[in-house]
Design a protein around this ligand. Structure first.
Ligand SMILES: C[S@@+](CC[C@H](N)C(=O)[O-])C[C@H]1O[C@@H](n2cnc3c(N)ncnc32)[C@H](O)[C@@H]1O
Ligand SMILES: [Zn+2]
Length: 278
């Protein structure tokens, strides 16, 4: 049998899950047809040939470019965030999750790895960076990839059982709208020692060497009741290639001459998962 193209696959998937979508302009329900999502007021969003949809009206330039997302994808695919993915999977295992949103999914590897492991899920990755969504759509068929703004997402009220938000900005009013009444938000924030060997080099002698996430936690608590806080701590051995991908993919080094950074063969992964309910 002929293999479906990415666009055909996405069309089929969207036809089945069209109730998840609303127009980001007039907030009416959407219909599929002719390779597009259309609302009754004729706002239209084309399905790209790689199977993603751009649902922002005006593209926004972000600090993240194609090469950053590709480096991030290579690093994640090499297993760098393995302990984080395992921790998220184990938190998801005890729940019946049908609809999962990765809010600020970047190049999509975290969501794709989670969807590979857990059955019966419809996973949507949304990010404002078109380069990130293109990189995700090229690599992974398992998720539905959407260019969208977390401030005004193209999804219906109470559409999702789980919202993942990994090392990305949040919009808690929007998350509250999107979450089912018994749904959960899993926000992943850096812990004080996250990438400390790199921070020491980048921020030597400044007050940015350390990092506290207490303000982020306090803000999360204004919107959600915290059910768990789970720390993910790992010392990850790095090859030269992984180190190069790491320094290219992290916003930490955006104003730094990468050639001045010394190779380190091990780096600390210190993350915290906040699990909250409405
Ligand atoms: C540090 S990256 C993390 C990406 C991914 N979750 C990961 O862990 O690899 C932060 C992401 O948030 C996205 N982002 C920032 N503002 C956004 C917004 N208003 N709406 C959607 N995504 C946004 C960026 O484009 C970027 O991909
Ligand atoms: Zn509309």
């Amino acid at each position: 049998m002929k293999k479906l193209s990415k666009k055909e696959l996405a069309t089929h998937r969207l036809e089945q899950q069209i109730n998840l979508f609303q127009c980001p302009i007039c907030h009416e329900k959407m219909k599929t047809g002719d390779g597009k999502l259309t609302c009754p007021n004729r706002h239209m969003f084309d399905l790209a040939k790689q199977g993603y949809i751009n649902m922002v009206q005006q593209s926004k330039k972000t600090q993240y470019d194609q090469s950053l997302f590709e480096a991030r994808q290579r690093l994640t695919q090499s297993g760098f965030y393995r302990e984080l993915i395992l921790a998220i999977e184990s938190l998801l295992q005890s729940r019946d999750t049908e609809f999962l949103l990765d809010a600020g999914c970047g190049e999509g590897s975290h969501l794709a790895q989670i969807l590979d492991k857990i059955d019966h899920q419809f996973g949507v990755g949304v990010d404002i960076a078109k380069e990130g969504i293109q990189t995700a759509a090229k690599a992974y068929e398992s998720g539905q990839w959407i260019v969208g703004d977390l401030a005004n997402t193209p999804f219906t009220d109470k559409a999702f059982d789980v919202i993942l938000n990994i090392l990305s900005p949040s919009n808690y009013q929007e998350f509250t709208r999107l979450l089912k009444d018994d749904g959960i938000v899993m926000k992943v924030v850096p812990g004080p020692e996250y990438l400390k060997e790199l921070r020491e080099q980048v921020f030597a002698g400044t007050d940015q060497e350390g990092y506290s996430n207490e303000e982020t936690v306090a803000r999360f608590k204004q919107f959600f009741t915290i059910k768990h806080r789970k720390q993910v701590y790992d010392e990850v051995a790095l090859t030269e290639d992984q180190f190069q991908n790491l320094i290219q993919m992290t916003p930490l080094t955006q104003d730094v001459d990468l050639s001045r950074l010394r190779f380190v063969d091990s780096i600390t992964l210190d993350l915290e998962i906040l699990v909250g309910e409405k």
